[in-house]
Design a protein around this ligand. Structure first.
Ligand code: ZN
Length: 234
């Protein structure tokens, strides 16, 4: 026991654990981002009483689009999401996923939609080549954090796959984005989707082209209802 504390003490001196956002020391119960940053650094996107975080018109099959924070171009959140995407900081994903989970539980419309239903969290899949290049799917780690807080299950990996590696959509018009993503997803195991409420999980919600296409495919495979939950809303 004593050895464990000594070892932890030495590690803390050699590699101090600091917050990925503010750089201050993390306490024992904090993981990668400190509570101060998680609670106060970013602008909340979800406002109680609204089923939608922004002004986007949702397709009929989607009942809720919930975002945790407003995207801050050039700000802390963009930097944090960038770290999550490109620097293998999977722990950051779980931290913000837990925060997203807490925010979802405060949304009465969300609670109502999942009540007494079989619910599955669906991280937006990456194309296998992209996943190999990046080493992991950041949406999966966000979903892991959400699952921890909400006790909801994640849809089995590879039940939904991305079979087309789409070009980066930045700078595309909405119409072009829709065309670009069409047919990119396939449900390889419809049994696990049937009669479920699917909560699609992603990092940023922009035009919805990606999440709308994924929900269309899930709906076709038998999902009863579709909800979208993202960390940021652009
Ligand atoms: Zn911090």
């Amino acid at each position: 026991m004593a050895f464990k504390y000594i070892k932890e003490g030495i590690l803390e001196v050699l590699f101090p654990r600091v917050c990925s956002v503010c750089g201050l020391h993390l306490s024992d119960n904090e993981h990668f981002v400190c509570m101060q940053c998680l609670n106060h650094k970013f602008e909340e996107a979800y406002r109680p009483g609204k089923s939608n975080s922004g002004d986007v018109i949702l397709p009929e099959s989607i009942s809720i689009q919930h975002a945790l924070w407003n995207f801050d171009k050039g700000g802390y959140l963009q930097e944090l999401l960038h770290q999550l995407k490109y620097h293998r900081l999977t722990g950051v994903g779980e931290d913000i996923g837990r925060q997203l989970g807490k925010s979802l539980l405060q949304n009465p419309a969300f609670i109502k939609s999942i009540e007494r239903k079989k619910v599955r969290l669906v991280p937006v899949p990456l194309h296998p080549r992209k996943r190999r290049m990046r080493g992991y799917n950041q949406a999966f780690y966000i979903a892991k954090g959400v699952a921890e807080v909400t006790n909801l299950k994640i849809l089995p990996k590879d039940a939904v796959v991305r079979n087309r590696n789409t070009k980066t959509q930045t700078g595309f018009s909405l119409e072009k984005r829709r065309k670009n993503i069409q047919g990119a997803f396939t449900v390889s195991d419809p049994e696990v989707v049937k009669e479920t409420v699917c909560v699609i999980i992603d990092d940023v919600f922009t035009t919805g082209a990606t999440t709308f296409e994924l929900s269309r495919v899930l709906k076709k495979a038998g999902s009863l209802d579709l909800l979208i939950a993202t960390v940021a809303q652009a």
